[in-house]
Design a protein around this ligand. Sequence first.
Ligand code: ZN
Length: 158
Amino acid sequence: MSIRNIRTLGDEELRKNAKPVKEMTERTANLIEDMLDTMYLAGGVGLAAPQVGILKRIVVIDIGEGPVVLINPQIIETDGEQTGMEGCLSLPGKRAVVTRPNHVVVKALDKNMEAFTLEGEELMARAICHECDHLDGIMYVDKMEGELMDVPENEDEE
Ligand code: ZN
C-alpha cells in the first residue's frame, strides 16, 4: 500500500478536466488501491483521482458501508434537495453549506471495467455529486452558500 499526497485548494490539477479510463492496467489498479488507503488514512468519505494529482475519471467513496469504486461515472438521474455541511480532503479543517440533490443515480464501471448503476440517498448522494464534480475541476467552494467555516477540533471531518 502506498499513501498518495492529497492536493489542496490552489493546486492546478484540482481545476482540470480528468480523462476517461479506457482500460484497466496494473498502474490504474494500484492507483485505486492507493486512493482507498489514502482516503481511509485521511478519514474522508470520498476521494477523486485529481485530488492525488492523477487526471483520470476515478472516484472512491466509503460512507461507512464499504468501499465503492466508480470509474468514468456519469450521474444519470437526480431528485430532491438536501442542504447541509460539506467538507473535502483538499480543504482540511474546513467545511461549508452546500445544497445537493437528495437522491442520485450514477452509471459507472467497476474495477473490472464492468458497467453498473448505483443509487445513493442523503450522504451517499452528496458524496457522489461532490466526487464527480472533482472530475470536472469543480470544488465545493464553487457551490457553497455563505462562508467557509472551520471544523471544530472535537468533531470529525466529513
Ligand atoms: Zn473533495
